[in-house]
Design a protein around this ligand. Structure first.
Ligand SMILES: *Cc1c(COP(=O)(O)O)cnc(C)c1O
Length: 386
């Protein structure tokens, strides 16, 4: 075996298609257990992945426990009951729905179904990190459009006019998160509609509404009413955020039935497990619980926002359950010092935002811990710099 007869000899990883070999993996928020192992500390607060700390309702949890009795059976691959529940809740035909293992799954399916190396996808500079990832894995061209300036009235937000102008004849997908992660910023309805009007029918506009329930409570646009007149619109929503089911992995797409048909053909047969289906259906039936978590979180959002401003810190406008915080210096040391105090937040260097941290809104006592630690940690950094 001295000579390499094949590029895969001893290096089976090299057999992967080129677009995949070039990928950098998505870096998720640091898990609590990992920090416990690394530092031997306890009582850790994770404010790093925009989860809903109020969690699912007791009724949702008992529906999931009941589903355990049938866990030996394969799930309903067609997600019939959940689809019917969603169709009723949203007022759409069930044929418009595709269920995913989180909406992340649907982003992958959309890229696989609509992108090739001769196509392109458009997204904003500070758009969700998964957009470049799913685009690149298909070998398609990624067109990242510069975000709005820091002095605009939606700093770091999507420049929808520039995004519309960046759409080329070979552009198959435009990804727009509204509200956006990691910035929290949202799109003006007229600008969003303007992009939809300008996008050619050969370009699908993917409106990622992962934070819909938070944004909607604050008056951000709901894309659903536009679906009838724009067959190229695809809306993504999830049970991971406001519904408190991030660990269960359920998301869905609402689209023209032909797009749903394409996605459903590509979708792995049992991509949403039976516990997740039962949980999502029960969560949907418990709107009061969800709304109460959203309103408590939004109350805390304003409080944390005001407290950070009082500390002289800048945050981007947010219509979601997190804040993008900009510091006067690189954020990595601040992130590390917070970790040592048992607080996990999210560094954003991967987005080219080295001086920023993203902080999820937690329970009031969690937010208090962050607000108490932050000035100490910043002062420690300033002292070190002297
Ligand atoms: C969290 C998030 C998602 C998806 O999360 P899933 O858990 O995969 O449903 C999608 N888009 C954005 C912008 C997000 O922040």
């Amino acid at each position: 075996m001295a000579s390499e007869r094949h590029p895969g000899d001893r290096h089976p990883g090299r057999l992967a298609v080129q677009a995949v070999r070039g990928l950098s993996p998505y870096v998720p928020g640091k898990p609590i257990r990992e920090l416990e192992r690394e530092l031997g500390i306890h009582d850790i607060v994770k404010l790093a992945s925009n989860e809903n700390p109020y969690g699912p309702s007791p009724r949702t949890l008992s529906a999931m426990r009941a589903a355990l009795d049938e866990v030996w059976l394969y799930p309903d691959g067609g997600c019939h009951e959940l689809k019917q529940g969603l169709a009723r809740h949203l007022g759409v035909d069930a044929a418009c729905l595709t269920l995913g293992n989180g909406s992340n799954d649907l982003l992958v399916l959309l890229a696989e179904a609509f992108l090739t190396p001769s196509h392109s996808a458009v997204y904003s500079q500070y758009g969700f990190a998964i957009y470049p990832l799913v685009t690149r894995e298909t070998g398609a061209q990624a067109i990242a459009v510069p975000a709005l300036g820091r002095d605009s009235d939606m700093p770091l937000g999507h420049d929808l006019a520039a995004m519309a102008a960046a759409i080329a004849p070979h552009t198959r997908l435009v990804f727009i998160a509204n509200p956006n992660n990691p910035t929290g910023t949202w799109a003006a309805p007229a600008a969003l509609k303007g992009l939809l009007e300008r996008a050619a029918p050969t370009t699908l506009v993917v409106l990622d509404e992962a934070y819909f329930e938070y944004g909607h409570a604050l008056g951000t646009q709901d894309g659903l009413p536009w679906l009838a007149e724009h067959p190229n619109l695809v809306i993504l929503r999830t049970f991971s955020k406001a519904y408190g089911l991030a660990g269960a992995r359920v998301g869905y797409a609402i689209s023209h039935p032909e797009v749903a048909d394409v996605l459903n053909r590509l979708r792995p047969a049992f991509n949403v497990n039976s516990l997740a289906q039962a949980g999502a259906l029960a969560a949907l039936a418990d709107q009061t619980h969800m709304r109460s978590a959203v309103s408590q979180t939004l109350r805390e959002l304003s409080r944390v926002e005001a407290e950070l401003r009082r500390l002289g810190l800048w945050t981007a406008p947010s219509a979601a359950n997190f804040l993008l915080l900009r510091l006067a210096a690189p954020a990595a040391p601040v992130f590390e010092r917070l970790l040592r105090r048992g607080l996990i937040v999210r560094p954003l260097a991967g987005y080219g935002l080295k001086d920023c941290l993203r902080i999820s809104i937690g329970l009031p006592q969690h937010n208090d811990r962050l607000l108490a630690a932050l000035p100490q940690v910043l002062a420690a950094g300033a002292a070190q710099a002297l």
